[in-house]
Each structure stands twice: as C-alpha cells, then as structure tokens.
Design a binder for this molecule. Structure first.
Ligand SMILES: *Cc1c(COP(=O)(O)O)cnc(C)c1O
Length: 248
C-alpha cells in the first residue's frame, strides 16, 4: 500500500463526515439518521484494514465470491477484531449464489424481484430446518429501478406496490427498506430518482403498514448529498472513500 494512504483515509473520512452532517442539517434531519457504507469492491484487504483504522465499520461488496474472500482474509488477521466490522451485499445476486451470501452479508441491498426474495426466503427456511434451529430472517432491501433505465435492475415501482403483501408474508426475509441507483451525471435527475424512492416507500407504508421500510439505501460518490437531502439512511460510497485521486 502506498505511503500516506492511511493518513489520506483518516483525512478523507473526517471530510466526508462533515459533508454528510452538513447535508443532513440543511435538510432538517438528525445528524445520526444516515450511515456511510464504504464500498470496498475495487480494493484489497489491506485497504479495508486501513479504512477500519480510520474509523469505518460498515462495508459493501458487490460479488458473493469477493465477499467470502474478504471475510475469510479478515478473519485470519490478528490486527482486526471480529466484531468491529460488518459487510453488506450490494450487487447483483444470482439465485445460485444465495447460499454464499447467507451468514456473511448483514444486509442484502439488492433483492431485485419477488422471485429472488422468494428464493432467499426459501433458502433461509430450509437451512434453519436442516439445522433444527428456529428461522432467523435475513435482513434485505428491495432494489427499485426508479429511473426506468433499461440498464438498471430492480423492481419497477408498480411491480413493488403489487408485490407487497406477498413479500410481507415470506418467513425467511426481514425487509428493512428500499435501495436504488440514480442515473449518472445529472444531479437534478439523480435527485428526482431519490425523491421517487422516498415517495414510493411512503406509498408502500400506506398500502401495507405491516411492512416497515425505514431504510433508504441511496447515494454514491457523485450524488450522496442529493440523496441525503431526499432522506437517504445509507449512502454507499466507493471511490470517494478509497481512491485518493477522486476529488471530494
Ligand atoms: C460501486 C457501487 C457503489 C459505489 O460507487 P462509487 O461511485 O464508487 O461511490 C455503490 N453502490 C453500488 C451498488 C455499487 O456497485
């Protein structure tokens, strides 16, 4: 790792926390109402450890194999304590990789369809039955394609509204909220997307009150302040955390 990386991480984290706090205060929100998830998908375990030393505790990976690899490498290190961090799964999840993620990801952000939700739920229930243990539901977020871009995955908003009752009844998942990705490059489009996710969540709460969806996972390196202004509770930051050349 390059000399000075740890100093950079400490400085950058302080700047990021300041920017997050300012964005929350301006929107009249509590300063502890949003968390920073550090997206470590492009870096190695040494960088993750440097991030932990700088104060990050919440990480995200987008590939199941890489999630498993990093957790294994971290568990083997004696300079990292086991309870000091948590990893979430934020990327595209295929049905045949669900078992690799269960027991590893604290929260799966990327449940993009009722079919995938069902598959996760079934596997959780089956694993509990096989082990003779009570079912502990897997915390999940439903990924929504708010902007309707072809290239993006996720529930269409109408599809999510129509699936709520079915999702609420799945015994192996514990829905916590919604996640989205905004189109790149245009701040006003990004903000509309985030606003759309919040409004969809509010509609869902009216349609299906037994399904509480407090978490809104939205905002990345280029648009996290707009996301915080629209109610984000988890910003997923990659480059701005780990890339010293990415200007804040
Ligand atoms: C890579 C990634 C991020 C982080 O993106 P940056 O622009 O580097 O902050 C956030 N969310 C998801 C789902 C990602 O794949």
């Amino acid at each position: 790792m390059e000399h000075g990386y740890e100093e950079h991480m400490v400085r950058r984290r302080a700047e990021l926390m300041d920017r997050m706090r300012a964005a929350l205060v301006v929107s009249g929100r509590d300063i502890d109402s949003a968390r920073l998830l550090a997206v470590s998908k492009t870096v190695g375990v040494d960088e993750v450890v440097a991030a932990m030393r700088a104060g990050y505790t919440l990480f995200g990976e987008n590939r199941p194999q890489e999630l498993a690899r990093k957790l294994e490498a971290l568990a083997a290190r004696d300079d990292v304590s086991a309870g000091a961090y948590r990893f979430d799964m934020i990327g595209n999840l295929q049905t045949n990789k669900i078992n690799m993620v269960l027991g590893r990801a604290a929260l799966i952000h990327s449940v993009r369809s009722a079919k995938l939700a069902r598959a996760v739920s079934d596997r959780v229930v089956r694993a509990a039955e096989a082990a003779g243990r009570p079912v502990v539901p897997q915390p999940v977020l439903f990924e929504v394609n708010v902007s309707g871009e072809e290239s993006k995955s996720g529930f269409a908003p109408a599809e999510l509204r129509e699936s709520l009752e079915e999702l609420a009844e799945m015994p192996g998942i514990a829905p916590q909220g919604l996640m989205t990705m905004a189109p790149r490059g245009d701040e006003s489009v990004a903000r509309r997307t985030f606003c759309g996710l919040r409004e969809l969540r509010d509609t869902c709460a009216e349609l299906c009150p037994e399904l509480a969806l407090p978490e809104l996972s939205m905002g990345m390196s280029e648009d996290f302040e707009a996301a915080l202004a629209e109610g984000s509770t988890i910003v997923r930051l990659g480059r701005v955390v780990f890339d010293p050349l990415f200007a804040l």
